[in-house]
Design a protein around this ligand. Structure first.
Ligand SMILES: Cc1ncc(COP(=O)(O)O)c(C=O)c1O
Length: 399
């Protein structure tokens, strides 16, 4: 068979197992409209409810009235002043020297690693790091990629010793290989935290760079949602902090904060910055407003935690296994993939939207329904969700 036909045949075969996502017909608040019906939204990462916040909507509308929508390649077509304002406000919010904004957390991870790590350097990475970190490491083409056991400090130290040994052989340019330790701050499928203080200590002992992906910590952890580094009071001790602007900030984009010297380097060299367009006017203006809201008050962050604590206690009291989460991410452990899918489908019939998480997002046999409450849920909303979980949990003999 001709090769092109063969290729499309393969796609046809693969398409038999495709899953299609539900279609949302409303804004992404505490409730969603799906198939014309209102369902409780218990699985989006809009932690603070900002996706439908009127201040963000107005900021986006006002700015696009004034400046239109599109922007350009920042290096070729000029920096828009709103991009610079957003970067300044993020750096101030995070207590960092400087920041660079890109069009996604995925892009920011790729830029953060690929720009500074070369083939002959060394990366040490937690085995459960997010796919965008894994891809960023691949992009760097680094040969020595050392993976340590999830959150296991002795395993990390073993890899650091191995790296220390490897760096005795200089790179072809005569320089010592760079060593970078990278971890998620909050692990997105389990909600557990990286042991950052101990990682920093080890990094100092072995004189290596550190990077944390704080996608699920921004707007959630630390004082007023300043993130995992603030939570552990490690300001200035992690070299590279990456965040996303699509979860708690509820718009789109990603950013890196760190020393001005490092951020200036990214602005000159990162391929994801040089060869890809910038955020639109409306995204940028909405994000400036989101940072302003968080800088003004910690009310939403407090509400989020109140809701998360309530939900976890009620799930535990009902007899669900919610894993080792230390954050609002609340996995309801099921194990079997088909059962997790069935659980989610039955919840939907009860008017509750919470999606199943299965392989390859988590290991086989560790399927779950991941629940994420937000600041926009009332106690009544949470009670509705909990009652549905308990009803289905009993029907499926999980509790
Ligand atoms: C830990 C982590 N890092 C990075 C990303 C990617 O962020 P974005 O959606 O902004 O590209 C995600 C999103 O799911 C994430 O969970």
């Amino acid at each position: 068979m001709p090769q092109v036909d063969d290729f499309y045949k393969k796609l046809e075969k693969a398409s038999a197992s495709y899953k299609s996502a539900r279609i949302i017909e409303s804004g992404e608040g505490a409730y969603l409209t799906i198939d014309g019906n209102e369902v409780l939204n218990l699985c989006s990462s809009h932690y603070l409810g900002l996706a439908v916040n009127p201040r963000l909507v107005k900021a986006a509308a006002d700015a696009s009235q004034k400046y239109g929508i599109g922007t350009g390649y920042r290096t070729l077509a000029g920096n828009h002043k709103l991009h610079l304002e957003l970067e300044d406000s993020l750096a101030t919010f995070k207590n960092a020297e400087a920041s660079i904004v890109l069009t996604g957390g995925y892009m920011a991870n790729c830029a953060a690693i690929q720009t500074i790590v070369g083939k002959e350097d060394i990366v040490i990475s937690d085995e459960l790091n997010h796919a965008s970190i894994i891809d960023a490491i691949r992009l760097s083409q680094v040969k020595n990629k050392l993976i340590y056991e999830h959150k296991n400090l002795s395993s990390l130290e073993e890899k650091l010793k191995e790296a220390d040994n490897l760096r005795k052989t200089p790179n072809s340019d005569g320089e010592k290989p760079l060593i970078l330790v990278v971890t998620d701050g909050v692990f997105s499928m389990d909600g557990d935290l990286a042991p950052l203080p101990q990682i920093v200590q080890l990094a100092k002992k072995y004189d290596v760079l550190t990077m944390v992906d704080d996608a699920h910590g921004e707007g959630v952890l630390g004082e007023g949602g300043r993130g995992v580094v603030d939570h552990f009071k490690l300001h200035g001790q992690i070299d590279i902090e990456v965040g996303t602007l699509s979860k708690a900030f509820s718009v789109i984009g990603g950013f890196i904060t760190g020393k001005k010297l490092l951020i200036d380097y990214y602005k000159q060299k990162a391929r994801q910055y040089l060869f890809s367009n910038a955020l639109t006017i409306s995204d940028t203006a909405a994000l400036i407003e989101a940072v302003r809201i968080l800088s003004e008050s910690d009310e939403l962050v407090k509400k989020l935690w109140e809701n998360a604590k309530y939900l976890k206690v009620e799930f535990k009291n009902a007899g669900f296994d919610t894993g080792h989460s230390e954050t609002p991410i609340t996995p309801v452990m099921i194990g079997d993939e088909d059962k997790a899918r069935e659980f989610s489908r039955m919840l939907f019939e009860e008017g509750v939207f919470a999606t199943p998480i299965v392989f390859p997002m988590v290991a086989k046999g560790k399927a779950r329904v991941r629940v994420i409450p937000s600041a926009s849920h009332s106690r009544q909303d949470l009670n509705k969700g909990i009652s549905a979980f308990v009803k289905i949990g009993k029907q499926l003999k999980l509790i």
